[in-house]
Design a protein. Sequence first.
Length: 455
Amino acid sequence: MLEKQVAPRWCRVTGLHFATREDQKAAADLYYKAELEAAEAGRKVRGTRGPPPWRDWPASLRLALRALQRGVKAAEQPWQGLESHWEELSEARQQQLEESAARCLDVLAAGLGLFGEEEVPEARQAFQAVANVRQTAQFLAAVDVNAFTVTDEELREVGLGLYIRAAVFNHAEEPNCLQSFVGRQLVIRTCRPVPEGEELCITYADLGQLSLRRRALLREHFHFDVPSSQEAEARDRILSTVLCGADSKKVQVGWDAECGLQGELAEGECAFARDFVRKVHNQWLRAKDARGTKVAQLQAVWLDATAGLDCRLGAGHSMRLALARELMDACVAQELWQEAIVFAREVSACSRLIYPPSWPMVSLSLARLAKLELFLGNFAAAIRCGEEALHGSGTGSPTKLCWEDRRVAAEEIQQIVAQARVEEEAMSRGYAAQEAPSSKQKALETGSTYLQSLD
């Protein structure tokens, strides 16, 4: 988190970004070469040298195009068994997907050289195997339902991926499995003991969202709903608590980063709390758009949100967590380390209230905090945070749920803990040396005591 970031490599033709030259080479056979060929063929057909129109397509559409390109190359269509919920889509949505499917097939045909002067019969035959607009549109619908959001080691979204075998996992509000990524590889692990016969499930929505928002996502995107549960209701209370008045009366007011206020209209004290959350939300938006020092603007919003006398956000409120994250990142970007650690502690505290104890979000927040604590010389705190990040379950080995698939990060945290121990021991020895009297001083003190006894 504290290291200088290296600028990614950018391809002007395709609009793709690669972290390193090695990543660019690795992508060549998978999709990069095919996209370059399609771009070149498209330029010849259009007679212009501008960027290909598909460069700005949504990620899901580009993912589908890559799957089609690889399917044609391998003469297979492994996605045919995926659920698309086609019959549940509106006619307008079906028509939109069919138009997108036609565009995908045009790009696919161009990449195979079918628009050139010398057509290859094998390419024509391979293309005809998938050249069905309705079936391709249904595949696009299946991508919308089954694609996974790919994240890096710190859970930052980096793209979409289609994993055919992983599509069999159903959703649960209290999942017993969790997905993570090692490069392009998807790994699914159990996150608690699973009795024999219990279905293995993952969650399709972030546990840090209110269940109202999560269920809306499930209905809109996956075409099913789930009943409420005691666990979800308890988490909702943490995510939506606003403290009102000197007696800190708890009032529930939900908030979401994309949709703003959540829940039904309220009256009385609840309406007062809703007005407060709405005011903080609007202040936050203005702070983002304001010129000048962004950190100062956001800190003013933070004070209003967390230190007000009439109303203030609860310790695990979703807006409090989102605002603390943004402030932490902004302070790190400006190298305001003392301020950054304050908000890193807030992020860690909020995460531990919201997520299960060994959830990666909790471990990663503790890992970031350990780095900052060490950087600022808080060695005991760095050891404590690093150990808790690595051994969230209290076991002797690093928590597999988070660190087995993040070995580089795990080794870094282990080094931080080791370095903090060395620094703390050195500091303790330094204090001991300062406090311990020298032999000469001891002799003088002993002689003085002896002379006093003679008197």
